[in-house]
Design a protein around this ligand. Structure first.
Ligand code: 6PG
Length: 251
């Protein structure tokens, strides 16, 4: 397992800084394997939620290149968030995850739980996804879905998933999903909410690039952090940030 150059800890969150993106992806893959093996031992099933954007593509390709390590019939992949565009649109997270992972392994369509964007509104899409999560996880009352691992990114403004600064979705504490508005196109988004994110057994951020370094510094060091990603505080375990040297330069 590739070790980080250095590690910074703050309020139960661990920030590992790596010499290269490849070392970072190798470490992320080990975390994925450990979470998979633990969940298969305990439940015979592995449920993970994946973010879109650009950063995680290399990690997804690393999983795909080790496809033989997984019993794909028992692996269920979910979306953390989605842009409200057709699933074959160049900005679709579903498309990105399919191209880098799902389409390259022997995974049945029924095991890939994307967010449907063929509804009239992003609100309707969010509700449809919420109902799907309730059915799949057989939830009742105030129960939340529990992912074995969730993979998150961060924007330079400190957003994570599609939970952007100053938007109502930040304060959602009971619904599993929300329609949200991005400051950059595609503006209409659907996202998991903080209570769902925070109920995940293993929360892993993959963050690279100098443009994220100030957000990382504020999340790690501020006494009263206000950035959306500072609301990711695990209820079940730890939050791990995997950073390259540029993103972690201020830690
Ligand atoms: C999305 C992601 C989003 C992403 C950050 C970082 O839909 O874009 O879910 O939360 O993780 O915006 O994006 P990059 O990895 O492209 O920097």
């Amino acid at each position: 397992m590739k070790q980080p150059l250095r590690t910074y800890t703050s309020d139960g969150r661990i920030f590992h800084i790596f010499a290269s993106k490849d070392d970072l992806d190798d470490y992320a893959f080990e975390l994925w394997m450990n979470a998979y093996n633990k969940s298969m031992r305990e439940n015979g099933l592995f449920c993970a939620a994946l973010s879109g954007g650009n950063t995680p593509a290399g990690f997804y390709r690393k999983i795909a290149s080790n496809a033989r390590s997984f019993q794909w019939d028992n692996v269920h992949l979910f979306l953390v968030d989605e842009r409200f565009v057709p699933l074959d649109h160049e900005n679709s997270n579903t498309r990105m995850i399919k191209e880098n992972l799902v389409s390259t392994v022997s995974m049945e369509e029924k095991n890939f739980h994307f967010i449907p964007t063929d509804h009239d509104t992003s609100e309707a899409a969010a509700l449809s996804y919420e109902n799907h999560l309730k059915t799949f996880f057989a939830l009742h009352g105030k129960q939340f879905p529990v992912f074995d691992m969730i993979l998150l990114g961060i924007g330079g403004d400190g957003h994570t998933a599609s939970l952007f600064p100053g938007t109502p979705s930040l304060s959602e504490r009971s619904a599993f999903t929300a329609a949200s508005i991005s400051p950059v196109p595609p503006i209409d988004r659907i996202t998991l909410t903080f209570p769902v994110i925070n109920h995940s057994k293993k929360i892993v951020f993959i963050v690279t690039g100098e443009n994220k370094s100030h957000a990382i510094e504020e999340i790690a060091k501020s006494e009263k952090p206000e950035l959306p990603a500072s609301n990711v505080l695990s209820t079940l375990g730890e939050v791990v940030f995997l950073l390259d040297e540029s993103a972690g330069t201020l830690l």
